[in-house]
Design a protein around this ligand. Structure first.
Ligand code: PLP
Length: 427
Protein backbone atom coordinates (compact mmCIF):
# COMPACT_ATOMS: atom_id res chain seq x y z
CA UNK A 1 0.00 0.00 0.00
CA UNK A 2 1.27 3.49 -0.77
CA UNK A 3 1.84 5.65 2.26
CA UNK A 4 0.99 9.30 2.54
CA UNK A 5 4.69 10.12 2.36
CA UNK A 6 5.16 8.09 -0.83
CA UNK A 7 2.29 9.86 -2.49
CA UNK A 8 3.12 13.31 -1.32
CA UNK A 9 3.19 16.44 -3.41
CA UNK A 10 4.86 15.54 -6.64
CA UNK A 11 3.37 18.76 -7.96
CA UNK A 12 5.40 21.09 -5.76
CA UNK A 13 8.92 20.33 -6.83
CA UNK A 14 9.28 23.99 -7.79
CA UNK A 15 9.60 24.62 -4.05
CA UNK A 16 13.04 23.00 -3.91
CA UNK A 17 15.53 25.66 -2.82
CA UNK A 18 17.87 24.97 -5.75
CA UNK A 19 17.99 28.62 -6.77
CA UNK A 20 17.72 30.40 -3.42
CA UNK A 21 19.81 33.56 -3.62
CA UNK A 22 19.24 34.05 -7.34
CA UNK A 23 16.95 37.05 -6.86
CA UNK A 24 18.52 40.47 -6.44
CA UNK A 25 16.35 41.39 -3.45
CA UNK A 26 17.64 44.95 -3.01
CA UNK A 27 16.85 45.78 -6.63
CA UNK A 28 13.51 43.98 -6.37
CA UNK A 29 12.52 45.88 -3.22
CA UNK A 30 13.31 49.16 -4.94
CA UNK A 31 10.53 48.36 -7.41
CA UNK A 32 7.92 48.44 -4.61
CA UNK A 33 7.51 52.09 -3.55
CA UNK A 34 5.48 51.30 -0.42
CA UNK A 35 8.34 49.29 1.07
CA UNK A 36 10.32 52.45 1.69
CA UNK A 37 7.67 54.09 3.85
CA UNK A 38 7.79 54.30 7.61
CA UNK A 39 5.15 52.84 9.92
CA UNK A 40 4.99 54.11 13.50
CA UNK A 41 8.40 55.63 13.07
CA UNK A 42 9.96 52.34 11.94
CA UNK A 43 10.74 50.96 8.52
CA UNK A 44 7.81 48.93 7.23
CA UNK A 45 8.22 45.17 7.56
CA UNK A 46 5.32 43.84 5.53
CA UNK A 47 4.53 40.23 6.43
CA UNK A 48 0.81 40.17 5.59
CA UNK A 49 1.19 39.04 2.02
CA UNK A 50 -1.37 36.24 2.24
CA UNK A 51 -3.98 38.95 2.81
CA UNK A 52 -2.70 41.06 -0.06
CA UNK A 53 0.70 41.68 -1.55
CA UNK A 54 2.31 45.03 -2.39
CA UNK A 55 2.48 46.35 -5.94
CA UNK A 56 5.55 46.94 -8.08
CA UNK A 57 5.99 50.08 -10.18
CA UNK A 58 5.24 48.09 -13.33
CA UNK A 59 1.69 47.51 -12.09
CA UNK A 60 1.16 51.05 -10.85
CA UNK A 61 2.55 52.41 -14.13
CA UNK A 62 0.41 50.05 -16.22
CA UNK A 63 -2.76 51.21 -14.50
CA UNK A 64 -1.77 54.90 -14.69
CA UNK A 65 -0.92 54.58 -18.37
CA UNK A 66 -4.29 53.06 -19.10
CA UNK A 67 -6.11 55.93 -17.41
CA UNK A 68 -3.77 58.59 -18.79
CA UNK A 69 -3.56 57.31 -22.37
CA UNK A 70 -6.10 54.64 -23.25
CA UNK A 71 -9.18 54.96 -21.08
CA UNK A 72 -12.25 53.85 -23.04
CA UNK A 73 -14.78 51.07 -22.84
CA UNK A 74 -13.83 47.84 -24.58
CA UNK A 75 -15.51 45.76 -27.31
CA UNK A 76 -17.88 48.61 -28.15
CA UNK A 77 -16.18 51.57 -29.72
CA UNK A 78 -15.02 52.09 -33.27
CA UNK A 79 -12.64 54.81 -32.11
CA UNK A 80 -8.93 54.39 -31.51
CA UNK A 81 -9.01 54.61 -27.71
CA UNK A 82 -11.55 51.81 -27.52
CA UNK A 83 -9.50 49.69 -29.89
CA UNK A 84 -6.37 50.25 -27.80
CA UNK A 85 -8.19 49.52 -24.53
CA UNK A 86 -9.65 46.34 -26.05
CA UNK A 87 -6.21 45.25 -27.23
CA UNK A 88 -4.69 45.89 -23.79
CA UNK A 89 -7.48 43.92 -22.10
CA UNK A 90 -7.12 41.03 -24.57
CA UNK A 91 -3.35 41.04 -24.07
CA UNK A 92 -3.86 40.74 -20.30
CA UNK A 93 -6.00 37.64 -20.86
CA UNK A 94 -3.24 36.10 -22.97
CA UNK A 95 -0.73 36.89 -20.21
CA UNK A 96 -2.90 35.04 -17.70
CA UNK A 97 -3.25 32.15 -20.15
CA UNK A 98 0.54 31.87 -20.37
CA UNK A 99 0.97 32.27 -16.61
CA UNK A 100 -1.17 29.22 -15.81
CA UNK A 101 -0.43 27.46 -19.12
CA UNK A 102 -4.08 27.20 -20.17
CA UNK A 103 -4.63 25.56 -23.54
CA UNK A 104 -6.88 28.36 -24.79
CA UNK A 105 -7.29 32.06 -24.15
CA UNK A 106 -11.05 31.50 -23.96
CA UNK A 107 -10.54 29.35 -20.85
CA UNK A 108 -9.60 32.47 -18.84
CA UNK A 109 -12.58 34.28 -17.31
CA UNK A 110 -11.94 37.60 -15.58
CA UNK A 111 -13.78 37.91 -12.26
CA UNK A 112 -13.40 40.07 -9.13
CA UNK A 113 -11.23 37.57 -7.32
CA UNK A 114 -11.01 33.98 -6.11
CA UNK A 115 -14.24 34.45 -4.16
CA UNK A 116 -16.20 35.40 -7.22
CA UNK A 117 -14.58 32.65 -9.29
CA UNK A 118 -15.75 30.01 -6.83
CA UNK A 119 -19.22 31.54 -6.55
CA UNK A 120 -19.44 31.58 -10.33
CA UNK A 121 -18.78 27.85 -10.52
CA UNK A 122 -21.21 27.13 -7.66
CA UNK A 123 -23.96 29.21 -9.24
CA UNK A 124 -23.55 27.91 -12.79
CA UNK A 125 -21.94 24.47 -12.90
CA UNK A 126 -23.17 23.69 -9.38
CA UNK A 127 -26.77 24.70 -9.89
CA UNK A 128 -26.92 22.77 -13.15
CA UNK A 129 -25.17 19.62 -11.94
CA UNK A 130 -25.98 19.20 -8.25
CA UNK A 131 -29.35 17.74 -7.30
CA UNK A 132 -31.01 16.53 -4.12
CA UNK A 133 -28.97 13.85 -2.40
CA UNK A 134 -25.79 14.68 -4.36
CA UNK A 135 -22.55 15.57 -2.62
CA UNK A 136 -19.90 18.27 -2.89
CA UNK A 137 -16.57 17.34 -1.35
CA UNK A 138 -14.30 19.97 0.22
CA UNK A 139 -11.56 19.78 2.85
CA UNK A 140 -11.21 20.86 6.47
CA UNK A 141 -8.61 23.48 5.54
CA UNK A 142 -10.64 25.61 3.15
CA UNK A 143 -10.95 29.39 3.29
CA UNK A 144 -14.55 30.49 3.87
CA UNK A 145 -14.64 31.39 0.16
CA UNK A 146 -14.39 27.71 -0.68
CA UNK A 147 -16.91 26.63 1.96
CA UNK A 148 -19.82 29.06 2.00
CA UNK A 149 -20.66 29.04 -1.75
CA UNK A 150 -20.91 25.22 -1.60
CA UNK A 151 -22.93 25.35 1.61
CA UNK A 152 -25.37 27.76 -0.03
CA UNK A 153 -25.62 25.52 -3.08
CA UNK A 154 -26.14 22.41 -0.95
CA UNK A 155 -28.87 24.13 1.08
CA UNK A 156 -30.66 25.19 -2.07
CA UNK A 157 -30.40 21.78 -3.70
CA UNK A 158 -30.78 19.66 -0.56
CA UNK A 159 -27.38 18.23 -1.34
CA UNK A 160 -24.71 17.25 1.16
CA UNK A 161 -21.43 19.02 1.87
CA UNK A 162 -18.78 16.51 2.88
CA UNK A 163 -15.44 17.40 4.39
CA UNK A 164 -12.11 15.59 4.10
CA UNK A 165 -10.35 15.77 7.49
CA UNK A 166 -6.77 16.87 8.16
CA UNK A 167 -4.19 15.55 10.62
CA UNK A 168 -2.37 17.35 13.44
CA UNK A 169 0.29 18.62 11.05
CA UNK A 170 -2.36 20.15 8.85
CA UNK A 171 -2.04 17.60 6.07
CA UNK A 172 -4.99 16.25 4.19
CA UNK A 173 -5.90 12.63 4.96
CA UNK A 174 -5.86 11.22 1.47
CA UNK A 175 -7.15 7.83 2.54
CA UNK A 176 -10.21 9.58 4.01
CA UNK A 177 -10.60 11.49 0.76
CA UNK A 178 -10.73 8.21 -1.12
CA UNK A 179 -13.34 6.90 1.29
CA UNK A 180 -15.51 10.01 0.98
CA UNK A 181 -15.56 10.33 -2.78
CA UNK A 182 -18.37 8.25 -4.22
CA UNK A 183 -21.18 7.87 -6.74
CA UNK A 184 -23.05 10.93 -5.42
CA UNK A 185 -20.02 13.25 -5.51
CA UNK A 186 -20.56 15.92 -8.16
CA UNK A 187 -17.53 18.12 -7.49
CA UNK A 188 -14.37 18.24 -5.41
CA UNK A 189 -13.31 21.75 -4.34
CA UNK A 190 -9.89 21.91 -2.71
CA UNK A 191 -7.37 24.58 -1.88
CA UNK A 192 -3.94 24.30 -3.48
CA UNK A 193 -2.32 26.05 -0.48
CA UNK A 194 -4.00 26.64 2.88
CA UNK A 195 -4.03 30.32 3.85
CA UNK A 196 -4.18 29.44 7.56
CA UNK A 197 -1.60 26.63 7.68
CA UNK A 198 0.51 27.02 4.57
CA UNK A 199 -0.04 23.36 3.64
CA UNK A 200 0.52 22.62 -0.04
CA UNK A 201 -1.98 19.98 -1.04
CA UNK A 202 -1.13 17.22 -3.51
CA UNK A 203 -3.71 18.52 -5.93
CA UNK A 204 -2.47 16.68 -8.99
CA UNK A 205 -2.99 13.42 -7.18
CA UNK A 206 -6.35 14.52 -5.76
CA UNK A 207 -7.46 15.40 -9.28
CA UNK A 208 -6.33 12.03 -10.65
CA UNK A 209 -8.28 10.22 -7.92
CA UNK A 210 -11.39 12.36 -8.48
CA UNK A 211 -11.22 11.89 -12.24
CA UNK A 212 -10.98 8.15 -11.63
CA UNK A 213 -14.48 8.50 -10.18
CA UNK A 214 -15.61 10.79 -13.00
CA UNK A 215 -15.70 13.78 -10.64
CA UNK A 216 -14.44 17.23 -11.73
CA UNK A 217 -12.18 19.30 -9.47
CA UNK A 218 -12.03 22.99 -8.67
CA UNK A 219 -8.73 24.16 -7.19
CA UNK A 220 -8.64 27.32 -5.08
CA UNK A 221 -5.26 28.70 -6.06
CA UNK A 222 -5.48 32.03 -4.22
CA UNK A 223 -2.43 31.17 -2.07
CA UNK A 224 -0.59 29.15 -4.69
CA UNK A 225 -0.40 31.41 -7.74
CA UNK A 226 1.84 33.97 -5.96
CA UNK A 227 4.31 31.36 -4.75
CA UNK A 228 5.12 28.75 -7.39
CA UNK A 229 4.47 27.82 -10.98
CA UNK A 230 0.93 26.69 -11.70
CA UNK A 231 0.29 24.63 -14.81
CA UNK A 232 -3.40 23.89 -15.18
CA UNK A 233 -2.83 21.43 -18.01
CA UNK A 234 -0.26 19.50 -16.03
CA UNK A 235 -2.51 19.47 -12.95
CA UNK A 236 -5.44 18.56 -15.21
CA UNK A 237 -7.80 20.55 -12.97
CA UNK A 238 -11.22 21.42 -14.34
CA UNK A 239 -11.38 24.83 -12.65
CA UNK A 240 -8.67 26.98 -11.05
CA UNK A 241 -9.38 30.21 -9.16
CA UNK A 242 -7.05 32.98 -8.00
CA UNK A 243 -7.03 36.66 -7.06
CA UNK A 244 -4.95 39.35 -8.73
CA UNK A 245 -4.21 41.29 -5.56
CA UNK A 246 -2.35 38.41 -3.91
CA UNK A 247 -0.04 38.03 -6.90
CA UNK A 248 1.15 41.67 -6.97
CA UNK A 249 -1.79 42.88 -9.07
CA UNK A 250 -4.62 45.25 -8.15
CA UNK A 251 -7.67 44.46 -6.06
CA UNK A 252 -10.98 43.87 -7.81
CA UNK A 253 -9.62 41.51 -10.48
CA UNK A 254 -9.16 37.76 -10.43
CA UNK A 255 -9.25 34.72 -12.62
CA UNK A 256 -11.36 31.68 -13.14
CA UNK A 257 -9.69 29.13 -15.38
CA UNK A 258 -12.11 26.51 -16.65
CA UNK A 259 -11.66 23.75 -19.20
CA UNK A 260 -13.40 24.95 -22.32
CA UNK A 261 -15.79 22.00 -22.49
CA UNK A 262 -17.03 22.80 -18.97
CA UNK A 263 -17.32 26.56 -19.58
CA UNK A 264 -19.13 25.97 -22.85
CA UNK A 265 -21.68 23.64 -21.24
CA UNK A 266 -22.30 25.87 -18.20
CA UNK A 267 -25.21 28.32 -18.05
CA UNK A 268 -24.28 32.01 -17.77
CA UNK A 269 -23.54 33.61 -14.42
CA UNK A 270 -24.92 37.15 -14.65
CA UNK A 271 -26.95 38.69 -17.45
CA UNK A 272 -26.22 42.01 -19.12
CA UNK A 273 -24.21 43.70 -21.83
CA UNK A 274 -21.32 42.02 -23.63
CA UNK A 275 -22.34 38.45 -22.74
CA UNK A 276 -25.09 38.11 -25.35
CA UNK A 277 -25.17 37.27 -29.06
CA UNK A 278 -28.69 38.64 -29.52
CA UNK A 279 -31.53 39.83 -27.34
CA UNK A 280 -35.25 39.96 -28.04
CA UNK A 281 -38.00 40.04 -25.46
CA UNK A 282 -38.76 36.45 -26.42
CA UNK A 283 -35.27 35.01 -26.26
CA UNK A 284 -31.64 35.85 -25.58
CA UNK A 285 -28.72 33.89 -26.94
CA UNK A 286 -25.33 34.00 -25.30
CA UNK A 287 -21.78 34.46 -26.51
CA UNK A 288 -19.16 31.75 -26.19
CA UNK A 289 -16.84 31.64 -23.16
CA UNK A 290 -15.31 33.66 -21.70
CA UNK A 291 -17.69 36.51 -22.75
CA UNK A 292 -20.69 34.48 -21.59
CA UNK A 293 -19.44 34.90 -18.01
CA UNK A 294 -18.33 38.54 -18.23
CA UNK A 295 -21.52 40.59 -18.20
CA UNK A 296 -21.15 44.36 -18.12
CA UNK A 297 -18.14 46.62 -18.29
CA UNK A 298 -15.25 44.68 -16.75
CA UNK A 299 -12.44 45.98 -14.57
CA UNK A 300 -10.35 46.99 -17.57
CA UNK A 301 -7.62 48.74 -15.59
CA UNK A 302 -7.57 45.80 -13.18
CA UNK A 303 -6.99 43.29 -15.96
CA UNK A 304 -4.20 45.44 -17.39
CA UNK A 305 -2.67 45.76 -13.92
CA UNK A 306 -2.91 42.01 -13.40
CA UNK A 307 -1.22 41.39 -16.75
CA UNK A 308 1.59 43.74 -15.70
CA UNK A 309 1.92 41.92 -12.36
CA UNK A 310 2.16 38.48 -13.95
CA UNK A 311 4.67 39.76 -16.52
CA UNK A 312 6.68 41.19 -13.64
CA UNK A 313 6.73 37.89 -11.74
CA UNK A 314 7.50 35.96 -14.91
CA UNK A 315 10.34 38.37 -15.64
CA UNK A 316 11.87 37.67 -12.22
CA UNK A 317 11.29 33.93 -12.69
CA UNK A 318 8.58 32.22 -10.66
CA UNK A 319 10.96 29.37 -9.78
CA UNK A 320 13.42 31.88 -8.32
CA UNK A 321 10.61 33.47 -6.37
CA UNK A 322 9.60 30.03 -5.10
CA UNK A 323 13.16 29.21 -4.07
CA UNK A 324 13.63 32.54 -2.28
CA UNK A 325 10.34 32.20 -0.39
CA UNK A 326 11.09 28.59 0.47
CA UNK A 327 14.33 29.75 2.07
CA UNK A 328 12.47 32.48 4.01
CA UNK A 329 9.85 30.04 5.25
CA UNK A 330 12.47 27.55 6.42
CA UNK A 331 14.37 30.31 8.21
CA UNK A 332 11.21 31.71 9.81
CA UNK A 333 10.06 28.25 10.87
CA UNK A 334 13.36 27.60 12.58
CA UNK A 335 13.70 31.01 14.26
CA UNK A 336 10.10 31.59 15.33
CA UNK A 337 9.66 27.91 16.24
CA UNK A 338 12.65 28.18 18.61
CA UNK A 339 11.10 30.99 20.69
CA UNK A 340 9.99 29.58 24.07
CA UNK A 341 6.20 29.52 24.36
CA UNK A 342 5.61 29.46 20.60
CA UNK A 343 3.66 26.62 19.02
CA UNK A 344 3.58 26.43 15.24
CA UNK A 345 0.16 25.69 13.77
CA UNK A 346 0.60 23.87 10.49
CA UNK A 347 3.73 21.79 10.20
CA UNK A 348 3.02 19.93 6.96
CA UNK A 349 6.02 18.60 5.06
CA UNK A 350 5.18 20.85 2.10
CA UNK A 351 4.25 24.41 2.92
CA UNK A 352 4.33 27.70 1.07
CA UNK A 353 4.17 31.35 2.01
CA UNK A 354 2.64 31.13 5.47
CA UNK A 355 3.89 30.70 9.05
CA UNK A 356 1.03 30.42 11.56
CA UNK A 357 1.67 30.22 15.29
CA UNK A 358 0.37 30.90 18.77
CA UNK A 359 2.21 32.02 21.89
CA UNK A 360 1.25 30.62 25.27
CA UNK A 361 1.33 34.04 26.99
CA UNK A 362 0.43 36.50 24.24
CA UNK A 363 -2.92 36.62 22.46
CA UNK A 364 -2.50 36.96 18.67
CA UNK A 365 -4.26 40.35 18.67
CA UNK A 366 -1.97 41.70 21.41
CA UNK A 367 1.03 40.38 19.52
CA UNK A 368 -0.26 42.02 16.35
CA UNK A 369 -0.55 45.36 18.14
CA UNK A 370 2.96 45.17 19.61
CA UNK A 371 4.40 44.20 16.25
CA UNK A 372 2.54 47.06 14.56
CA UNK A 373 4.27 49.41 16.99
CA UNK A 374 7.54 48.05 15.57
CA UNK A 375 6.40 48.68 12.00
CA UNK A 376 5.76 44.97 11.41
CA UNK A 377 2.51 44.07 9.66
CA UNK A 378 1.23 40.56 10.33
CA UNK A 379 -2.27 39.15 10.64
CA UNK A 380 -4.00 37.92 13.79
CA UNK A 381 -7.31 36.09 13.77
CA UNK A 382 -9.02 33.10 12.20
CA UNK A 383 -7.92 34.08 8.68
CA UNK A 384 -11.38 33.35 7.25
CA UNK A 385 -10.78 29.71 8.07
CA UNK A 386 -12.76 29.20 11.28
CA UNK A 387 -13.03 25.40 10.82
CA UNK A 388 -9.22 25.23 10.82
CA UNK A 389 -9.13 27.05 14.16
CA UNK A 390 -11.75 24.64 15.49
CA UNK A 391 -9.70 21.67 14.27
CA UNK A 392 -6.72 22.89 16.33
CA UNK A 393 -8.95 23.98 19.27
CA UNK A 394 -7.72 27.57 19.15
CA UNK A 395 -9.57 30.83 18.53
CA UNK A 396 -6.92 32.48 16.39
CA UNK A 397 -3.31 32.42 15.24
CA UNK A 398 -0.68 34.98 14.41
CA UNK A 399 0.24 34.64 10.75
CA UNK A 400 3.36 35.92 9.06
CA UNK A 401 3.19 35.49 5.30
CA UNK A 402 5.94 36.04 2.80
CA UNK A 403 6.44 37.52 -0.62
CA UNK A 404 9.28 37.77 -3.09
CA UNK A 405 10.56 41.04 -1.56
CA UNK A 406 10.87 39.82 2.04
CA UNK A 407 14.25 39.22 3.65
CA UNK A 408 15.81 37.23 6.47
CA UNK A 409 16.43 40.57 8.22
CA UNK A 410 12.68 41.12 8.34
CA UNK A 411 12.21 37.72 9.94
CA UNK A 412 14.85 38.68 12.51
CA UNK A 413 12.79 41.83 13.22
CA UNK A 414 9.69 39.65 13.65
CA UNK A 415 11.54 37.43 16.12
CA UNK A 416 12.69 40.45 18.14
CA UNK A 417 9.12 41.79 18.12
CA UNK A 418 7.74 38.51 19.45
CA UNK A 419 10.37 38.50 22.20
CA UNK A 420 9.42 42.05 23.11
CA UNK A 421 5.74 41.06 23.37
CA UNK A 422 6.75 38.10 25.48
CA UNK A 423 8.48 40.45 27.93
CA UNK A 424 5.39 42.65 28.10
CA UNK A 425 2.85 39.83 28.51
CA UNK A 426 4.96 36.90 29.75
CA UNK A 427 4.32 35.45 33.19
N1 PLP B 1 -9.00 31.27 -0.98
C1 PLP B 1 -7.95 31.40 -0.19
C2 PLP B 1 -7.13 30.19 0.13
C3 PLP B 1 -7.63 32.65 0.32
O1 PLP B 1 -6.55 32.79 1.12
C4 PLP B 1 -8.42 33.76 0.00
C5 PLP B 1 -8.13 35.09 0.56
O2 PLP B 1 -7.43 35.24 1.53
C6 PLP B 1 -9.50 33.56 -0.85
C7 PLP B 1 -9.78 32.31 -1.32
C8 PLP B 1 -10.39 34.70 -1.23
O3 PLP B 1 -9.70 35.63 -2.00
P1 PLP B 1 -10.39 37.03 -2.35
O4 PLP B 1 -10.83 37.64 -1.06
O5 PLP B 1 -9.29 37.78 -3.02
O6 PLP B 1 -11.52 36.72 -3.28
Amino acid sequence: MTTLTDRRHTDTQALAPAQAGDLDIAATRAEFPILSRQVNGRRLVYLDNAATSQKPRAVIRGISRYYEQENANIHRGVHLLSVEATEAHDAARRTVQRFVNAARESEIVFVRGATEAINLVAQTFGRAQVAEGDEVLITAMEHHSNIVPWQMLCEEKRARLRVVPIDDQGELLLDEFEKLIGPRTRLVAVTHVSNALGTVNPVREIIAIAHGHGVPVLVDGAQAAPHFAVDVQDLNCDFYAFSGHKVYGPTGIGVLYGKYTFLDAMPPYQGGGDMISSVTFEKTTYKKPPSKFEAGTPDIAGAIGLGAALDYVTGLGIDRVAAHEHDLLEYATERVGAIPGVRLIGTAAQRAGVLSFIHKDVHPHDLGTILDGEGIAIRAGHHCAQPVMERFCIPATTRASFALYNTRDEIDALVEGIKKAQKVFGQ
